[in-house]
Design a protein around this ligand. Structure first.
Ligand code: PEP
Length: 220
């Protein structure tokens, strides 16, 4: 069976105490064969989560939600790929919330990708259209296709539209495409069963450990 990637994005949610509670409750998760799970907490929680996951041998990896477009040096507030790599295997780049709130453009996103590649991080780049693939080389990238009107709205996209778009992304050379936008434990299997879809990016439903466990349980 082909491996499917489930990526859980916490966005700017949870304190250290809330994270410890989540980890305790999520510890009973059973990850089926062929499913790979990555959680993306905020930077402030990477160390706590990394330690807990390793000590308790939890069956998932963690990733950062962003990375600096620069290397180390005089870049106040940025977190370099080398620093991310100390705690994370993965990084998320170009989420639509950053593209819209922080005006991140394709050029900036390409610089972030280059930094992440230089540290051999596993990279997920989020796009909502084919234009947002501009400047990206397919090697080493997972593309998360996330239609804007499906993110955080409870209105997941029509699976037929998702398949059509994922196929177009694959046709221009990207080998791994995941879908994001109001994925939950009820619809996860429908999306994962699409021929051109290799996983899912989940936002809101990742915050509750029960939903997290149910989504993973319903993925096969
Ligand atoms: C996301 O944050 O990328 C996302 C898809 O969020 P949600 O699952 O809440 O729609």
């Amino acid at each position: 069976m082909k491996n499917k990637l489930l990526a859980f994005n916490w966005k700017s949610n949870k304190t250290k105490i809330e994270t410890k509670d989540w980890l305790v409750d999520a510890s009973s998760v059973e990850v089926p064969e062929g499913i790979q799970v990555v959680v993306f907490p905020p930077f402030t929680l990477l160390d706590v989560m990394n330690g807990y996951i390793r000590v308790n041998s939890l069956p998932f990896s963690i990733g950062a939600q962003d990375v600096s477009p620069y290397g180390k040096g005089a870049y106040t507030g940025e977190v370099s790929a080398e620093q991310v790599k100390e705690f994370s295997e993965y990084v998320l780049i170009g989420h639509s919330e950053r593209r819209s709130n922080l005006k991140e453009d394709n050029e900036l996103i390409s610089k972030k990708v280059d930094q992440a590649l230089s540290q051999e991080l596993k990279i997920i780049v989020c796009v909502s259209s084919l234009d947002e693939l501009s400047g990206l080389k397919p090697e080493g990238l997972v593309i998360a296709y996330e239609p804007i009107n499906a993110i955080g709205t409870g209105n997941a996209s029509d699976p037929k539209d998702v398949e059509e778009m994922a196929k177009k992304i694959k046709d221009v050379g990207f080998q791994n495409v995941i879908y994001g936008g109001s994925v939950n434990s009820e619809n996860i299997k429908t999306f994962l069963d699409l021929p051109s879809i290799d996983g899912a990016l989940i936002g809101g439903e990742s915050l509750d450990p029960k939903s997290f466990i149910n989504i993973i349980g319903n993925a096969v």
